[in-house]
Design a protein around this ligand. Structure first.
Ligand code: PFF
Length: 455
């Protein structure tokens, strides 16, 4: 009997192409902008340790599960889960995982595109020398002035979405491969250079203590939830993106090895970004818990006081923007591929539709920094509420459903068939961790954070 994946094959032929594209999908604003501000808000090392544990025991097994699922179905996430549920003989209601993912992905992209727009704007600001010889105070004032003005934020966000639209319209295989392969090595080199520079001009010792000497008393239940949510966010799971990318996984290659490379690269980039940003933060007396503006104040200050820093700074934000593009594409891929495969829309039209919806949704985030500043949802601005709700609730919930579906509903032989290159021990280890640690782990964190709020 032919397996599902043999009947619909459409993949990258080489492991490296798949690894490069997937690394591109995972490394983005989450590593460069969000990781440092979350670590800053949640006390540093203790948060980072819990985050690393969540990556290893929860997010990575779920990422493998998503890719296995995608590789089995070789289609968009909704059709994939539907086909695989038929194969497994369970209800096709499980395709809800795909629907849920498309919806969550668009919500994430609505605010992600706003931050990517900030990064675009900062390329031109640094290049123009706006931060030359600035002080931390001035860099902060400039950031606040930028947020107060919706028009330019809307324009930059629009430009970001236009670029994503063009990339996705030509298809992720062609659109992303080259960009990711060039960008990732460059990003590593720039981050290492920046970390070395800021270790010299900033307070490196304080940064290392903050990032690596844990004080667990500073970590709240909400901090643990944020660490779990960020593990999902940074590996791009829980939104169907990895199911969509799994559809392109090359045959006869070890999925676990490819995923391991991606996870190591992603984690290194986050840690390097922290080592680049925190020395500056501590030498400037910026509060590490200042929130989403952390990177947009510390980094311009660092570059603004360096010879030729305006060019290096512009390059840094260019790289942040490119990393955001490769991730933004991954966020859009599930919905776009569904429209184009299931409804048979021409791919550019499908992509345009998705971008238009995201842009409209994004208005709420843009205005939450200025015109709608007064509106608060559960004590948070619209932007923060969206960020909290998607990263800390929707993504882990999507991942939990995937872990249950793959770990408990799909047949073991089918999974073994997709992971046949893996040795028996490795396969059993992954399967066991997915069933008994990853899925219950998400539930425990959910219950412990929400029960406390509700009871
Ligand atoms: N992992 C991306 C980042 O760290 O910036 C964010 C992301 C991309 C989340 C794609 C989800 C996704 F599907």
């Amino acid at each position: 009997m032919k397996t599902l994946s043999q009947t619909k094959s459409r993949g990258w032929r080489r492991s490296w192409s798949f690894v490069a594209a997937t690394t591109g999908a995972t490394i983005g604003l989450g590593n460069l902008w969000k990781f440092s501000y979350l670590a800053g808000e949640n006390g540093g090392a203790a948060f980072i340790i819990v985050y690393l544990v969540c990556i290893l025991l929860v997010a990575m097994p779920v990422m493998i599960a998503e890719i296995v699922l995608g590789s089995r179905g070789r289609s968009n996430p909704i059709t994939t889960v539907q086909d695989v549920s038929l194969e497994a003989g369970v209800s096709t209601w499980w395709q809800g995982i795909g629907w849920f993912g498309c919806f969550a992905g668009l919500l994430v992209l609505s605010y992600y595109s706003v931050i990517a727009g900030w990064s675009f704007a900062y390329i031109s600001k640094l290049f123009a020398g706006d931060f030359d010889a600035t002080s931390a105070q001035l860099a902060g004032d400039q950031f606040n002035a930028f947020l107060a003005e919706p028009q330019s934020m809307l324009e930059w966000q629009g430009l970001f979405l236009l670029i994503i639209f063009l990339t996705i319209a030509v298809g992720i295989r062609r659109g992303i491969g080259l960009l990711a392969r060039l960008l990732m090595p460059l990003l590593f080199v720039t981050l290492i250079a920046l970390a070395v520079y800021s270790s010299q001009v900033g307070d490196f010792q304080a940064a290392v203590n903050f990032m690596f000497t844990p004080d667990f008393s500073s970590l709240t239940r909400q901090g643990v939830l944020a660490a779990l949510g960020h593990a999902f966010f940074t590996l791009s799971i829980g939104v169907g993106a990895m199911i969509a990318y799994g559809a392109y996984v090359p045959d006869k290659r070890s999925i676990t090895s490819m995923v391991s490379v991606v996870v190591v690269a992603d984690t290194l980039v986050s840690l390097l970004a922290g080592l680049a940003i925190f020395p500056l933060v501590f030498s400037l007396n910026i509060a590490p818990a200042m929130g989403p503006g952390l990177m947009f104040v510390a980094v311009p200050y660092g570059f603004g006081n360096m010879i030729y820093g305006n060019y290096y700074g512009a390059l840094f934000f260019l790289m942040v923007s490119l990393a955001a593009i490769t991730s933004g594409v991954a966020l859009m891929e599930p919905a776009t591929s569904w429209l184009s495969e299931r409804l048979r829309w021409w791919r550019p039209v499908a992509a345009l539709m998705v971008v238009a919806i995201v842009w409209l949704l994004g208005l709420a985030s843009v205005f939450s920094f200025n015109e709608w500043k007064g509106i608060s949802i559960a004590g948070m601005s619209i932007f923060s509420a969206l960020d909290f709700f998607t990263a800390n609730i929707l993504l882990p919930a999507g991942g939990l459903l995937t872990a249950i579906f793959v770990g408990w509903k799909m047949r073991r032989e089918v999974l073994r068939d997709e992971l046949y290159v893996e040795g028996r021990v490795l396969f059993s280890l992954w399967y066991w961790v997915l069933r008994y640690i990853a899925a219950p782990g998400v539930l425990v964190v959910f219950l412990s954070s929400f029960l406390k709020e509700w009871v």
